[in-house]
Each structure stands twice: as C-alpha cells, then as structure tokens.
Design a protein around this ligand. Structure first.
Ligand code: NOJ
Length: 732
C-alpha cells in the first residue's frame, strides 16, 4: 500500500507541476543526471514493476546443457533482463520495442549473454590468454567481443571470470586467468576496460560482470557446484584481490556464485555481497545471481523453500534473479510480511536502473542493424584472433631445438584427433562461434607449409574410447615421414562449467597412440589442446617437443602452424602449474613453506612437471642481475628495481618478465613468493631491453589479514626476477 501511495503521489505531483501539460518526465530527459533519472523513475514504479526489473529470463536457444529448466517464455514488456541468444539485431530490437512501447514506463531490457572469450570470433580461452602476459591483447579481445555483442544486440556480458584457479580438475580453470591473484586482477581490469571502454554508453561498449563471487574455484575436489571451505585468510589474500581491482576499475555488475562459502552460500552471503562489495569497495552497480543459485539455497540447506531463499538472497545483496522467478513469485509477499523492506527492493532496482542509464539504454534503446556481412568475423578481427592465439601458445619442451621445423624436413605426419577438429579447438563457452568459421590445424598446416613440406594425415584415434583401428594408418604415415606431429587433447566440454575430471591425464587411447608412435623413433612433436593443465608423466619422456595450444579459438589453426613453422616465436609462459600427477593437487607456486622440508609423496617427486611462469622461446634471453635504487626504503618511498634482458639468439622475440616478492618473516606466514608485476616487450636480435619494477610499498608489500585489514610491516623483503633474488629493507 505504501508503495502504491508513493507512486500515486509522485505521479500526481508531476502532472500538477505541468499544469495539465504532459511534461517530459525527468527519467526521459537525457540531460538530467543518472542519479536524478533513477530516482525519478523509481518513484513512479509499482512494486510489480520493480520486481520485474529484478527478474531475468532467458530467450532463444540455450546451448549450455548445464542451464537446465530453460523455458522459453513469452517476453513480458516489463521484464528487467533477458539472457539473449540470438545474433540478429533486428530480433533484439523487436523485443526491445516491446519493452519501450508496450510497458507503462518504457524501461529498456538489458540483454545479457555469456561472451566469455569472444562472440562470433572466438579467441583463446581466458586461461590461455593469461599465458600471453599481454594485457593489451586481452583488452583488445574484449573490445572486439564488445563490438560483436553490441552489433547483435547484447548489452552485457557475463565476463570476466576471475575465480583464481586452485584445482585443475575443476573444469572452470579454463575460464580464469590462472592461479595467481595478481594476474587475475590485472587481466580482470584489462577485460573490464575492454568491454566497458571509457564510457559505458558508447556505441560499441557493453557492461561487464565479474563472476562468480566468491570462492567458487575452491569447491571440494574440483567438483563443480560443491562446498568451498575457504578460510578468511585465503578469502582475502587469494580470492578478493581480483574482485577488488575490478570494482575499482568500474565493473558494472557482479555475479554471485553457486558455491556454499564456508557455511554461508555465496548467493546469501551478506558479508561478501554487501559489507565488502558495496560498503567497503563502494560498488554501485548490481549483483545478478548465477543460474538458479537463489533456489539452490534450498538444496544447500539454508532456506526451507524458494520463498525463504529469495528473502535470504535479496537481503544479502543479490539484486537480480537469474531465471529462477523466485523474486517474481515471492517478493511482493515477502514485502507484505515485512521480511524484505521496500527500501531493500528500491535499492536493488536503483542499482539495476543505474546500470541501464549508464549504458545509455534509455536514450538509445535500439542497436544498429548492419547487413550480415558487416557484423562479425571481420578480417582485422580474425587477424587479431590469430595474433592473440599465437601469443597464448606455450612451448613447454624443445629438446635440441627441434622446433621450429627445419628446412630439411620434407614430410610431416600430422596425427591425432585434434588435427581436423574445428569444434573442440574453440573451447567451452564458444559464444556464437561456429565450427564452419574455424580454421582447423590441418588447414593451418597446409597453408603454412604449402610448397615446402608435404603434410600426411591420419587421425590415429578418437579423443576417447578404445578403438585403436586407426593406429596402423598412423604408424604407416609416421614411418614415411621425417617428423611426427601428434595433436592430442581434450574435448571442449571436458572443461568449462561442470567439466570436471578426476584425472588430468589424457584418455588411455591417446596415451597408447603416443606410445606406439614413439616406438618408431622419428622426432616426435606433441601438440596438446586442453582447457586445463594436463598430467604428462607418461607422455613427456616420449616427446622431443611439447606445445600447449590450449583451446585457441577461431584462428587456432594458423596460429599453431605459425608457431610450429617459426613464423611466430613462442612467447607465452604458464599462468598455471602443470602438476606431475593429479595427486599433487593442490599445487601452485604461491604456497607457504612447510615446517620441515620433507613431507612430500614417497612415490613421485615434489616438483610439478612445469611450474608457473615456465615457457620457452626459439631465441635465448639473458637477464642481468637485478639492481635496485636503494637497499633500504621508507614505507612512503618507492624502490626501483631493474634488469636488462638481452636477446642473444637469432630470432626476434617477445619476453614476459615476471617480478615476485617474498616477505620472509611477517606477523603471519606469507606465501613463498607472490607475483607483483609483469611486463612484456619485443626484443630484437642482439638488442637489450630494460625492465623496471617500481615497488610501491603501499601497493606491493602489504598483506591482508583474515579480516581484510591491510598490513605493511617493516623488515626484509626479497624481490625476484627469473630466479635471481635481491634483498632490501623496509623501514618505518
Ligand atoms: C551458469 C554459469 O555458472 C555462469 O558462469 C553463466 O554466466 C550462467 N550460467 C549464464 O549462462
């Protein structure tokens, strides 16, 4: 009733002030401030209209098998948001027209979509992108994604995902920027800047959504949707930093996770959603639940029914309900019963409207309808897709510089289930990417080596199963060739949402194929496509070279071929550890020191196969011993550390320099070392480049305690670059 009176009064005042003329409402006045427009509109809305704004439905074909209960409802003009699954702008404009013309207040719909690593032009999976250590490339991939999204009518992407990877069995490590909090923070900011540009209302910018807030990646045993036991210390030092950085960079929205976070599910967690996100960090956009994560509160045992789930989620700080209809079904009742205040509803709607105004949806609700040929997969974007893929491919092993392929190699046997694939190479969350638009590895090799080398092909085996009838043909062409390239890997849905595996090893059929081929004695190049680190214990000794191409996307073929031929000099370095065996999990570079140096497995070494930051080049870079501008600094001062990197080889190449800090003794134990800065530069043959890290104690030397308080302690610190260490002192 209170709401009704408020709406009625505001309507009355507006009409009176116009003395019978229909004055343009403030919310429709593009010259008024966003806040004024929001308040004006809010005051006119009924509770039902508010609840509709807090509701998101899905529209169009749902290709994600995990998003169950996909009912295609008739879109109501008052709906707040749609997960929109078309590439046709005319279709989107028709729906928007309904909202603008058929709803009482003409509130535009915000159309969201999972454009995670591209829309039509598919870029490498985010895990791969982070191995490039190239923030400009990551940002540009998001600029292109935003443009393709907007052209289709998408206003909002559910990206970036910044759940720091902790367990590679969890399939969603493919969607994060690796195992390091700082790397996730830096790439999150790059992605947000790419999607959102300088101004959310620009023609080709879209709203970003950081997800899945928070602790989702620590789900037990890597099992998706499961309980996450996250200590407060880990929450603050590992999982919060990327979100904090993204909010500071202006991320418009956040998605709450499915996971139960140490007893208080992420979608009902007042501490993380309100006290930290909104009150401490000042986020003024909105939080959308994950798909069904509100009703899941019942499954997780913290709500007796959907209604109580809605009460808990909204009171905790989840403003929009993704496809559950919990708010739609129960919010009015909850308000009437006083379980949710109207002020809470208003604050939720205020946040949603604010984002819509900032996106310019009220002033420009429709998107341009370009002819199909001008919309997607434009030549420059494809060239860029090849470039970012080439910088994301990690050369893990290269004995005797077998790669790049030498001139005397005339016949190459290209074997394996990945060679002619054009689906799995796109990875999970391929957006609207289509296999027909992908340049496969086979095509890439043919183009790359046209006129210089003959490419023989045999599939050898499938990705899994036990059919080895293709082995004979594979062995035959291997024998006829000078070099064997074996392209193994994972199917796209072995990682991504619900892509969980108990092992990181490839299926036995693929390992057997490699073993048989190795027996022939020809040089063997192992090329791996996966959405996670793989267990290569048995395969590594067989191969002369190993190349991890991840899931490189639409232009994966030419990028891979270009790396193998030497047209591209590999410059990627691992942003995630490759364990020797899955039994080593959790294993990440920034663990803490054990009490005793022993305490490892009896059956395998303690070291991973390939550590964080590992990645080879076709050239040789030498680093000078790092130098510092002082041996002691005050907390208010900065220290400049420097190293000179020289290209001593015969090929130009890019080098990513990673700087780590160790805090050997502190009031609480600290990780062995932590990445604090990185930079990548092109270094020509014979050239030297100076890399500098300006250490700002307030930014680079503090640590969080379990309450989220920052501590900066005096004492000794060690800065490390390429394994070389330099100690310095921080004084008060
Ligand atoms: C569930 C996934 O967890 C989330 O990442 C995605 O954005 C939503 N579904 C919408 O598709």
């Amino acid at each position: 009733m209170r709401i009704f009176i408020a709406s009625f009064l505001s309507y009355f005042v507006i009409t009176l002030s116009g003395f019978g003329q229909t004055a343009k409402p403030v919310y429709k006045d593009s010259s008024a401030s966003v806040e004024k427009r929001v308040e004006d509109l809010l005051a006119r809305m009924t509770l039902e209209e508010k609840v509709m704004q807090m509701t998101q439905w899905t529209y169009g074909k749902n290709a994600n098998p995990n998003n169950i209960n996909d009912s295609r409802k008739k879109v109501k003009p008052e709906i707040g948001s749609l997960i929109y699954r078309s590439t046709n702008p005319a279709f989107r404009n028709d729906i928007q027209r309904k909202a603008m013309e058929e709803s009482r207040l003409g509130i535009p719909i915000i159309h969201g979509f999972d454009a995670i690593h591209g829309f039509k032009t598919v870029f490498p999976i985010p895990l791969a992108q982070s191995c490039s250590w190239n923030t400009d490339l990551v940002k540009q991939s998001c600029v292109i994604t935003a443009r393709e999204c907007k052209i289709a009518g998408v206003d909002w992407t559910f990206s970036p995902m910044v759940d720091v990877a902790r367990d590679p069995r969890w399939g969603r490590v493919s969607e994060a920027y690796g195992e390091d909090p700082y790397a996730n923070a830096v790439f999150a900011v790059a992605a947000i800047n790419g999607y959102q540009g300088d101004n959310l209302s620009d023609k080709y910018t879209i709203a970003a959504c950081m997800k899945h807030y928070i602790g989702y990646s620590l789900s037990e045993g890597g099992r998706d949707y499961h309980y996450s036991d996250v200590s407060d210390q880990t929450l603050w030092e590992t999982f919060m930093p990327p979100y904090e950085a993204g909010i500071a960079a202006g991320a418009a929205t956040v998605m709450s996770g499915f996971n139960d976070l140490t007893g208080v599910p992420a979608s009902a967690n007042h501490y993380t959603l309100t006290e930290v996100l909104k009150e401490k960090w000042g986020h003024d956009g909105f939080v959308v639940s994950d798909w069904g994560s509100i009703r899941n509160l019942v499954d997780q045992g913290v709500a007796v029914d959907r209604k109580e789930a809605g009460e808990k989620a909204l009171n905790a700080g989840v403003e929009m309900d993704m496809v559950d209809d919990v708010y739609l079904d129960h919010l009015a009742e909850l308000v009437a019963e006083g379980k949710v205040t109207i002020a809470t509803v208003d604050e939720a709607v205020r946040r949603i409207l604010r984002v819509k105004f900032r996106l310019g949806l009220f002033d420009n609700p429709y998107v341009e309808e370009l002819p199909e040929s001008k919309r997607y997969l434009q030549p420059d974007d494809l060239a860029f897709a090849e470039q970012i893929a080439s910088e994301s491919i990690v050369l893990l092993k290269n004995d005797n510089s077998i790669l790049p392929v030498k001139a005397n190699v005339k016949k190459i046997a290209a074997i394996g289930p990945m060679v002619k694939d054009s689906l799995h190479i796109m990875g999970f969350w391929e957006g609207h990417g289509e296999a027909r638009d992908v340049t496969s590895i086979y095509k890439g090799l043919k183009q790359e080596f046209a006129g210089t080398k003959e490419i023989l092909y045999a599939k050898g085996s499938d990705f899994d199963g036990d059919d080895d009838s293709g082995f004979a043909e594979a062995l035959k062409i291997a024998k006829e060739s000078d070099l064997v390239m074996l392209f193994l890997g994972e199917k796209r849905n072995w990682s991504g949402e619900n892509g969980i595996r108990s092992t990181l090893a490839l299926p036995t059929i693929q390992e057997r194929l490699a073993m048989e081929l190795a027996k022939i004695g020809k040089p063997l190049i192992l090329v791996l496509s996966s959405g996670r680190p793989l267990e290569l214990m048995r395969l590594e000794p067989l191969a002369d070279a190993i190349v991890e191409i991840w899931q490189p996307g639409t232009m994966g073929g030419p990028a891979v071929a270009g790396i193998l031929s030497g047209r591209y000099n590999p410059s990627a370095k691992l942003s995630i550890t490759f364990p020797l065996a899955a039994g080593q999990i959790p294993i990440h570079y920034n663990q803490r020191n054990p009490a005793r140096p022993m305490g490892y497995y009896q059956d395998i070494p303690k070291e991973p196969l390939y550590g964080f930051g590992h990645g080879l080049s076709y050239t040789t870079f030498t680093y000078t011993k790092p130098t510092a501008s002082a041996s002691q600094i005050k907390k208010s001062e900065k220290l400049i550390v420097r190293t000179e990197v020289k290209n001593e080889g015969t090929l130009a190449g890019k080098e990513a320099v990673l700087w780590f800090i160790t805090d050997p003794v502190a009031s609480i134990s600290r990780p062995i070392k932590e990445l604090k800065y990185f930079e990548k530069k092109l270094i020509e043959v014979g050239e030297k480049q100076v890399f500098e890290f300006v250490i700002d104690p307030a930014k680079d030397l503090f640590f969080y305690d379990k309450h989220g308080n920052k501590h900066l302690e005096s004492g000794e610190y060690i800065v490390e670059v390429q394994g070389q260490k330099l100690a310095f002192e921080l004084v008060d």
